[in-house]
Design a protein around this ligand. Structure first.
Ligand SMILES: [Zn+2]
Length: 66
């Protein structure tokens, strides 16, 4: 039960299905931690300030839509 969420929606492969991972947390730090780890491990992002800023921009308030 979180009050903030991030939907990944990143393309898994150039022509592949979109990733539909969703992360929820009740604070931004935990959310960025979980979503950031996913982006790095699954999508090969680097753990840079720019990447974290991008993650921060994807945070939505409330619960993810079903
Ligand atoms: Zn993903």
């Amino acid at each position: 039960m979180g009050s903030k969420y991030v939907k990944c929606n990143e393309q898994e492969y150039p022509d592949g299905p979109r990733c539909n991972a969703v992360f929820t947390a009740d604070n931004e730090r935990d959310l960025l931690e979980a979503a950031g780890r996913h982006g790095i491990n699954v999508h090969g992002h680097s753990n840079t300030a720019a990447f974290r800023n991008q993650m921060r921009g994807m945070i939505k308030e409330g619960m993810p839509p079903e």
